[in-house]
Write a protein that binds this ligand. Sequence first.
Ligand SMILES: Nc1ncnc2c1ncn2[C@@H]1O[C@H](COP(=O)(O)OP(=O)(O)O)[C@@H](O)[C@H]1O
Ligand SMILES: [Mg+2]
Length: 403
Amino acid sequence: MKTNIGVFFGGRSTEHEISIISANQAINAIDSRKYDVTPVYITKDGKWFTGSALLNLANYRDIPALLNMCEEVYMRPIYGDYNLYYSMPKGVFSKKTIACKLDVVIPVLHGANGEDGTFEGILDSIGIPYAGCDTLSSANGMDKITMKMILRENGIPVVDYTWFTDRQWFAQRDELIDRIEQNMGYPVIIKPANLGSSIGIGCARNRNELCARVEDASRYASRIIVEHMVEQLQEINCSVLGDCDEFDTSVLEEPIKTTDILSYTDKYMGGSKGAKGMQASAKKIPADLPVEMTKEIQRLAGETFRVLSCHGVSRVDVIVDKSTSKIYVNEINTIPGSLSFYLWEATGLTFDKLMDKLVSLALKRNTRRSQKTFSFPQNIFAMGGGSKNGVKGGVKSGKPNKG
Ligand SMILES: Nc1ncnc2c1ncn2[C@@H]1O[C@H](COP(=O)(O)OP(=O)(O)O)[C@@H](O)[C@H]1O
Ligand SMILES: [Mg+2]
């Protein structure tokens, strides 16, 4: 029997369409002699569907018609149950409830509700092996504020920043503006903390622009980060593949932008009409940089992957301030566009081998995890000799003391 890979994509995310493209590329790269693939498409309202019609990108022009050709499915949040169930049993007589059993999952979900640990939490509850970051590292990597705090704490250079919630902005706007103007000065970059693809991001060169950009960012997220803007910047990306402290780094790419900040169009349209995914964007591979700087960026990318305890394939994006040659880590993408396959190809690892590696990393992590202790066989309620107050501090006022 071949290993059955469930590739999950789409999702309740502003990067829904990009995820469809990345997943399509990944599915086409999977070696069908070794693996079966079960595509699972998550709609924009969060329903799961499977079916072979999902494999043809042209079908996504008419989503209702596509879904008519597919079956709605779900997994139960029960440890050890790897089945994909039909939401409506098939056939009047057979009542077939199980669509298939998955062996491993590859989440290709960019952005919210996929790359941020929420979906990984479902997989962790089920205990199924899956590729990529776990709940904690996904969540830490997705939130631009938490990520920068962890990086800074570990001596990895990040630009100066401050952050606040939309409610704080509403209540103490003047104080926050003073803080930004005194500590950072203009220009600044304003970002919703947990989005991707440059959505809701803008720069401000004065107070009016700052207020407008914060309003804009707060349409997308309640946590907002304001960063020092590097004006003469060179953006460089490096992919990292592995498991926390055992990893490889790829050659570097320099994405080419057409506006002040790298836009959604730059990233996915490649300057032409029609979405083609990250791989289609204009870029230089390998980036034209001195050897020493290349090595330093690869080192920082690996360190970022390690301190965030990442797994699978990530892409670390850095900013080089050309006026000082200083390097800052800007962000990590824990489910990068096109799974960064084009960077691995340029490094000497073909896309099918990258998919192989993701599967084997997923299986290895699962084996290691299953060897950890999650519960004790003894039932403390069945143990004799306990006091009336119970064990370990007792149960007071109906609340068990977990300490
Ligand atoms: N501190 C900064 N200084 C200058 N430009 C920036 C800065 N932060 C981000 N940018 C620009 O904005 C783009 C998007 O920001 P980024 O943090 O990468 O968000 P996203 O998750 O949406 O990709 C970057 O690719 C870069 O062009
Ligand atoms: Mg980015």
